[in-house]
Design a protein. Structure first.
Length: 500
């Protein structure tokens, strides 16, 4: 057969272009459904990917909300997306319609780190029995542990002592606090998962922290979005080899730690940690082909708990200390409350929280103001549903703009300022607020919330009990504007911790 030339080549090109346009239109057909939410016009192939900033979706959505309203649509390559904004729409979507909106979008890129039909983890699991079984297991294990011989509160308090020793070692000189905070938080999760406390200079611990930190600076959101919309591209070996490098390194190290841990497992003894509890379930599930308790899934659940629990909590504490050095009056007020309720002779306990309305208000306000997970984790509709009168068809990616709730101008007195008064009534009593949603809402609400609250309260009060924090002399005041990556962190800063 001869080479195509001239008119024939032109006809083939036109036919291919028409075919591709038809395929593209087919993937966008939802847009023409009655009552589908409005949104910017997508271009063929990439949809709206070039019109939004995937690294700062909250800001892109802030602008689009002004143009299109509280519920609007986007197109990420071939994936239809609906974004919900503001307290009323987010509550309706995640809570009232939670049965329809709690699925997760398929993420074929996760297959490179072991996700598959028998191993779906928790965060990435579709809304169904596999997710329910693992979520229930994680929630009850965290609740029951107590962890072998020690209660979780005791673990956190012991870690808080190590953390304070680390701060004291700087002798009042300026230092960056993030490293110590992340080690303390990582050790709490390590105690829950591996019943293990790492020395802060243990090489395995340093590697573990490095991989978790690498998740944060991963700048491949655009590429991942394209690959997940067009998974055929993952068949190209050099493309697949470049996906999720930090997660792969974590998995390799986790396999070593698991092998070491499991060699000491005795099924006849009470479980030492979450892994032992999981291995018991694997034994019980032998022969049950429907069970999600298997070695592959264990690796993923461990990865997810570290990834979801470490950076989020340590970055929140990092924000808390920044806001204390920038608002010394608030810091003094917290210390006064600590001195009155706890004193200097014993460690803080969770039971103290009920008597410390101001400290509770400050911790809540830190979370509201820091707004570290502005777009939450993506959801997907598992059947057709309605939000604010708009139709959202089955299979649509749903993004809940938590930032628009935490900073909702119709709800908060000073949405863009750090103002603990948001959580206090006129008599100085702590008040819960419906729009406080940093852990999201509905069936997929963060399952680590109780653990995170314990860590935030105990680490924060312990640090303020022992130290006064200040901006180092001669250094400019740091900005309060967050830096966006995997989560929103404060700009890097130094502080001085002077023993009280
Ligand atoms: C300040 C700390 C934390 C914040 C702000 C936070 C926030 C969130 C958010 C926004 C989600 C997404 C919920 C959704 O899809 O709607 C989430 C999910 C999740 N978080 Fe957290 N989180 C924190 C700490 C933790 C901790 C300490 C753990 C456990 C060690 C954890 C484990 C999880 C898990 C497993 C999920 C997935 C839940 C599911 O899909 O059912 N998180 N978190």
């Amino acid at each position: 057969m001869g080479l195509l030339t001239g008119d024939a080549l032109f006809s083939v090109a036109v036919a291919v272009a028409v075919f591709l346009l038809l395929v593209d239109l087919m993937h966008r057909r939802q847009r023409w459904a009655a009552r589908y939410p409005p949104g910017p016009v997508p271009v063929p192939g990439l949809g709206n990917l070039l019109q939004v900033d995937l690294k700062n979706m909250a800001y892109s959505c802030y602008k689009l909300r002004h143009q299109f309203g509280d519920v609007f649509s986007l197109q990420f390559a071939w994936t239809p997306v609906v974004v919900v904004n503001g307290l009323a729409a987010v509550r309706e979507a995640l809570v009232d319609q939670g049965e329809d909106t709690s699925d997760r979008p398929r993420t074929p890129t996760n297959e490179v780190i072991g996700f598959g039909p028998k191993a779906k983890g928790v965060i990435g699991a579709p809304y169904g029995p596999a997710w329910r079984e693992q979520r229930r297991f994680c929630v009850s294990t965290m609740r029951n542990f107590g962890l072998g011989k020690k209660s979780l509160e005791q673990w956190v308090n012991e870690e808080a002592t190590c953390l304070c020793d680390g701060f004291a070692s700087h002798d009042g000189r300026p230092f960056h606090p993030y490293g110590l905070l992340s080690k303390a938080v990582c050790n709490v999760i390590a105690s829950l998962i591996y019943a293990r406390h790492f020395e802060y200079d243990d090489p395995n611990f340093v590697r573990l922290l490095k991989f978790l930190e690498d998740f944060m600076v991963d700048d491949s959101a655009f590429m991942l979005q394209v690959l997940n919309s067009m998974p055929l591209l993952l068949r190209i070996p050099w493309v697949a080899a470049k996906v999720l490098p930090a997660q792969r390194s974590f998995m390799a190290l986790n396999d070593e730690l698991l092998a070491e841990h499991n060699s000491g497992w005795d099924p006849d003894q009470p479980p030492r940690d979450l892994i032992d509890a999981f291995l018991m379930e694997v034994l019980k599930a032998k022969g049950n082909s429907k069970s999600t308790f298997n070695d592959e899934n264990l690796r993923l659940v461990v990865l997810e708990l570290f990834a979801a629990g470490m950076v989020t909590t340590s970055v929140t504490l990092y924000w808390a200390l920044l806001l204390m050095i920038l608002h010394p009056d608030v810091q003094r007020h917290v210390q006064k409350e600590i001195d009155e309720v706890i004193g200097q002779d014993r460690c803080p306990e969770m039971a103290d929280q009920a008597h410390m309305p101001f400290t509770s208000a400050v911790i809540h306000e830190v979370q509201r103001f820091a707004d570290i997970a502005p777009m939450s984790a993506p959801h997907m509709t598992s059947r057709d549903t309605e939000v604010q009168g708009f139709l959202i068809p089955k299979g649509t990616m749903l993004l809940a703009n938590l930032s628009s709730v935490l900073k909702d101008e119709t709800v908060w007195e000073k949405p863009f300022h750090f103002h603990p008064g948001h959580f206090l009534d006129a008599e100085g009593r702590f008040v819960k607020r419906e729009a406080f949603m940093p852990f999201s809402a509905g069936p997929r609400i963060c399952l680590g919330e109780p653990l995170a609250r314990t860590e935030l309260f105990l680490f924060f009060t312990c640090l303020l009990q022992r130290f006064s924090f200040s901006v180092p002399e001669g250094q400019p005041r740091s900005s309060e504007r967050g830096v966006i990556s995997f989560v929103v962190s404060p700009p890097p800063y130094q502080l001085c911790a002077v023993a009280r």
